[in-house]
Design a protein around this ligand. Sequence first.
Ligand code: ADE
Ligand code: ZN
Length: 341
Amino acid sequence: MNLTDFIQHMPKAELHVHLEGTMEPELRFALAERNNINLPYKSKEEMLEAYTFHDLPSFLAIYYAAMNVLQTEDDFYQLTYDYLKRAKQDNIIYCELFFDPQAHTSRGIDFETVITGINRAQQEAKQLLGVRSQLIMCFLRDMSAESAMEHLHMAIPFMDWLVGVGLDSDEKGNPPLKFEKVFALARKLGLKLTMHCDVNQENTLLHLEQCLEDIQVDRIDHGVNALEDEEIVSKLVQRQLGLTVCPVSNQFVVQSLTSNEIRAMLDKGLRVMINSDDPAYFRAYLNDNLIALQQEGAFSADEITTLVENSFHASWLSTSAKQAYLSQLNSYCLQHQAISA
Ligand code: ADE
Ligand code: ZN
């Protein structure tokens, strides 16, 4: 078995994927038709040609504009079910899904409509596809802390459907500390905490420090710039905090899959793992990310295995559930070694 096959068939977890970033052009066209919305493209190719971005703000503008086709509970159900079906193709057996409720309530869609459609798809996917998932509610950091707090309160009746909260959207001028009270309440409500520290953002080291010291996050999304500060690295290693890195997404900002940085992170004992971020926009799902990374950085089977193990270790599952997934992964790797020997 070659390394590409090894990666493709490996049982995996994905911890950093935005549901709204999984909307494929076909689904965008279908939902537009269903909801009588005019799109300025005649074909999938035309739509993809318009997906041109070179940094976080230029990506976000396209990503938010595309969401107007998501209107009904069934639309959110379909978005979620389609992603989980696609995840199964990559042998993803467990995932943690981000969603951005403020991007929908700000367009007049009820919070309940969004979360009910997503939850129904999660339950069906577990039963029918065997893909387990948990949901993370993200706050848009370029909106106010008051709006984030209102949405946390809206989520209280649905607490059993959430595992954690996150922070995404435009990082410039929107530090973690802006959301200190919201995240403190989320923790009191029993939720896990994560925040984006996107690649090469202004004040990135300050934002990482605030995540670690003021917010006391349970994980960090991206966080590659941590390598620039030895103290931050040692705190991350000591706490074994997961860093959900997204190589193809990084490529749009730094013109590299950050394979050197990811290897350096592994070598320093950081709990780094690979994710897809917004696969329908970056045109790469989890296996595509792992395969491209392996090829750019000539990663070994052992290094790839560590990256995938890290995603189960850093997941927000019970210890026994993590152990069950890790032993499934271990059996797969032993089998692969036996074939390759
Ligand atoms: N929203 C969706 N994808 C994102 C990313 N990579 N960074 C910040 N916000 C996002
Ligand atoms: Zn992201």
